[in-house]
Design a protein around this ligand. Structure first.
Ligand code: FCB
Length: 452
């Protein structure tokens, strides 16, 4: 095998992503903390507790780890409940703390991308009905104004809301997240408020700092027909894609929200993205199931021969990232991969997942598709919502009891990718030899095959 390297464009932004509740610790004043105290909500009743102790200052060493690993960006989130612990009462010390963190990132050469809402609400917001209360739009806008006025001189890249489709679905349909509701009609209501809150935040941020770049982090999940020859499978896969993936990006493009049979106009949401944030993890195979009317008659499963992550949570389907990028391309704006990664405590799976996904990104940038950066989820293990500490997404391991960090081989691999600004045969041979053929085969990658 000759040695070769797939280079990325100069200035491509390599980074990792985290979120406040998952890494900071002691976020006692939000709905997630309260949820964790209820028995049976979280895997084995795990708690976020001190998490990765970023609020206690350990972000400094972790940012060092990121910077030493060649990363040039970090996506972090601001915890609303710290900034506004009770309604309209602002905590300036908390704002200073974030200022220090963001300056710390910049000092280390890490461009900050700041998420303003990553799943958690302050208790006072939850008590007023959370995302079901239309007033949340004004509450959120006021909080965003406060944050952007305080930090806007340091931050150019903003994500208003992380994965609104996942939030609406998990919290108001699956009932697995606070407030634990299971009603589809609530999802349609919450969708509307999320779109309106995003739009209000978008306009507010631009008012405060005109040259900001503002987007959402959209979660794309692939839905492919389990049997492509079966029209019912094809139909449910398409419906699921439309109901889950399309709603938010379309609403923020067209100012119209279409969710199943609900329709609404939200004019102020038209063209409210400067970039497309794309979170991608996996693909499922959809089949028609008459007993799942509430799930659009779709039953999802991973492909029978899928290469699964250790907890069986993610199938390694890099072609799904390719589909996701093509789908995002329709919105005609720069794209950031704002999350991509896998849970894998023993690091047996992550390297080949990373290699094959980064390879798809490389294919896309080679077609001159405007992908500006890639943020791996995550820098370090952290509190993984309802799965507690059972799912380890970090390039670095964290022992939440002792706060000890352990470098996984994938951290070395990712560091080489970031430093070289590319993916080489040597790297893949060292860290993920199983997938060598997929990306350096003399026959070329599958999607370029010429038929006939
Ligand atoms: C995404 C979330 C992130 C983390 C990863 C594994 O859906 O945005 O907080 O839970 O999944």
């Amino acid at each position: 095998m000759v040695s070769a390297i797939h280079y990325f464009p100069k200035g491509f932004l390599w980074g990792t992503a985290t979120s406040s509740h998952q890494v900071e610790g002691d976020n006692t004043n939000n709905d997630w903390w309260a949820w964790e105290q209820e028995p049976g909500r979280i895997f084995q009743d795990h708690k976020s507790g001190k998490a990765c102790d970023w609020w206690g200052g350990r972000w400094q060493d972790d940012f060092d780890r990121a910077a030493e690993g060649g990363q040039r960006a970090h996506r972090l989130s601001i915890e609303w409940s710290r900034i506004e612990p009770t309604q309209a009462l602002w905590d300036d010390d908390a704002l200073d703390h974030y200022r220090e963190m963001i300056q710390g990132a910049l000092k280390r050469g890490l461009t900050p991308m700041v998420t303003l809402h990553h799943f958690t609400n302050p208790i006072w917001v939850a008590e007023r009905g959370g995302w079901l209360n239309p007033e949340i739009v004004a509450y959120f806008e006021r909080y965003v104004r406060k944050v952007v006025s305080a930090l806007g001189d340091l931050v150019e890249l903003w994500v208003t809301i992380n994965e609104p489709n996942v939030l609406a679905c998990q919290s108001y349909f699956q009932g697995e997240w606070p407030p634990g509701e299971k009603r589809l009609n609530l999802v349609s209501k919450v969708n509307r408020h999320l779109v309106r809150a995003h739009a209000a935040a978008y306009h507010a941020i631009h008012e405060i700092r005109a040259d900001s770049l503002v987007g959402l982090a959209h979660h794309y999940r692939g839905f492919r027909p389990a049997n492509p020859a079966n029209p019912l499978h094809r139909r449910v896969a398409k419906m699921k894609h439309t109901a889950f993936n399309d709603v938010f990006p379309r609403a923020c493009q067209e100012g119209r929200i279409r969710f199943l049979f609900w329709r609404d106009r939200i004019d102020e949401a038209r063209r409210t993205q400067d970039f497309f944030g794309l979170n991608y993890y996996t693909v499922e195979r959809s089949s028609f199931n008459l007993f799942r009317p509430m799930s659009a008659f779709e039953a999802g499963a991973f492909a029978p021969d899928a290469d699964l992550s250790p907890c069986g949570f993610i199938a390694n389907e890099p072609s799904g990232l390719w589909d996701a990028i093509r789908w995002a391309m329709a919105y005609k704006m720069p794209i950031f991969i704002t999350e991509n990664g896998a849970e894998d405590e023993n690091d047996q799976f992550r390297a080949r997942y990373l290699a094959t996904h980064v390879f798809k990104v490389w294919r896309a940038v080679n077609l001159n598709w405007p992908i500006r950066g890639y943020f791996h989820w995550s820098l370090i293990d952290n509190f993984e919502w309802e799965h507690g500490w059972s799912q380890r997404f970090g390039l670095w391991g964290v022992n939440p009891g002792t706060q000890e960090r352990t470098k996984r081989p994938s951290a070395e691999f990712y560091a080489e990718i970031c430093k070289q600004n590319g993916l080489s045969t040597e790297m893949v041979e060292t860290y993920a030899p199983q997938v060598m053929d997929e990306m350096f085969s003399p026959r070329g990658p599958a999607e370029l095959k010429i038929e006939g």
